[in-house]
Design a protein around this ligand. Structure first.
Ligand code: FEH
Ligand code: ZN
Ligand code: ZN
Length: 346
């Protein structure tokens, strides 16, 4: 089968022919119908040797939807043909966190040598992917694969970040979403579907602001010198109750601090490498709370899928055949994609 594999650090991944895996024990073989492309894939590809604990070579792709192709002899999972999305942050499978479906915060993460499917383990940028346990599979019913795959990372990461600050988002509150790309546009939709909050979206591209409005943002504005003043004015001067920063640059973190209301919450989701000095007194208002959410839990993925199946979520996607994966990587790297890039095995 063909697979988009990372074979050397500092070198672009390549489409290569590998043997189709066969499930053993508890494993489940899934036929891939769609796999999302994420900025984290670029971070992995660009990583210097030794920066990540992953062993090469492996197949990329950590946002995967498809259907069960075969079950290992001990697998207790959906029958062949069942359409599923993969819960991706595979942990050790034995600690209390993993037992609770919170593999994203596995206690043994530091010993594993991977972050999950397509992140140090063979992923879904291929015709088939081997899943270590059926517990990582969430049924999707008749959800189209290009809609389902992004739920497992872009959707789940946004949902988990919102879950951590939902307590601040009651009636009369404001939430700022900085960065309206693959994650941000779903965050806007999840906020609209699950909170009464007034949503203020910020991005540097007009087409992203259009996407924000289509996703349900009440306000969408370009990131400029006076953005903090403009948006604070939309809150009656008190500031926003929560900020979700999907960029994570110095600029966006400074904006987040300037927007926050006393007692507000900042979720730093984007891996832009920006810095924010936390001290008292400092740029963050009294009572601020900061979170650095990572991916999400398996129960939350089932909730995201249920939201999507209810019609509350629509993923803006740009599809490419798997054979054009190198072009898709280039488009993502140049910031030329709208919404989420999805590869479809051809
Ligand atoms: C994966 C691995 C490491 C950092 C961040 C990520 C995210 O893309 C997962 O949502
Ligand atoms: Zn990702
Ligand atoms: Zn674990």
């Amino acid at each position: 089968m063909r697979a988009m594999r990372l074979t050397a650090w500092g070198r672009e991944p390549t489409l290569t022919e590998v043997e189709r895996p066969s499930p053993r024990g508890d494993e489940v073989l899934v036929r891939v119908e769609a796999v999302g492309l994420c900025h984290s894939d670029l971070h992995v590809v660009d990583a210097a040797e030794g920066a990540l604990p992953y062993r090469l070579p492996f197949t990329l792709g950590h946002e995967v939807a498809g259907h069960v192709a075969a079950l290992g002899p001990d697998a207790d999972g959906p029958p062949p043909g069942e359409r599923v999305v993969l819960y991706g942050p595979w942990g050790c499978g034995h600690c209390a966190r993993c037992a609770a479906g919170r593999d994203n915060y596995c206690d043994r993460r530091g010993d594993l040598g991977w972050h999950g499917v397509g992140l140090g383990r063979d992923g879904g940028m291929a015709e088939y992917v081997l899943v270590p346990s059926a517990r990582h599979l969430v049924p999707i019913g008749d959800l189209p694969a290009d809609q389902a795959a992004p739920l497992s990372d872009a959707g789940l990461t946004s949902y988990h970040a919102i879950a951590g600050l939902r307590h601040t988002l009651g009636d009369g509150t404001n939430a700022a979403v900085i960065g309206v790309g693959g994650l941000g546009h779903l965050a806007v939709q999840i906020l609209r579907a699950t909170t009464p909050s007034h949503i203020l979206a910020v991005d540097i591209r007009e087409e992203a602001l259009d996407l924000a409005r289509r996703s349900g943002a009440h306000v969408a504005t370009l990131l400029q010198e006076d953005t903090a003043r403009v948006l604070r004015a939309r809150t009656g001067g008190v500031g926003v109750d929560a900020v979700l920063d999907f960029v994570g640059s110095d600029t966006t973190l400074d904006l987040a601090a300037a927007l926050l209301r006393p007692g507000g919450e900042l979720a730093l989701v984007g891996s832009g490498g920006g810095r924010l000095t936390v001290r008292k007194p400092g740029v963050l208002p009294p009572g601020s709370r900061l979170s650095l959410p990572f991916w999400g839990t398996r129960p939350e993925l089932a909730e995201v899928v249920a939201l999507a199946r209810s019609g509350a979520l629509h993923v803006e996607t740009e599809q490419f055949p798997l054979s054009s994966a190198p072009e898709a990587f280039g488009r993502l790297r140049r910031g030329e994609v709208r919404g989420r890039t999805v590869l479809v095995p051809d």
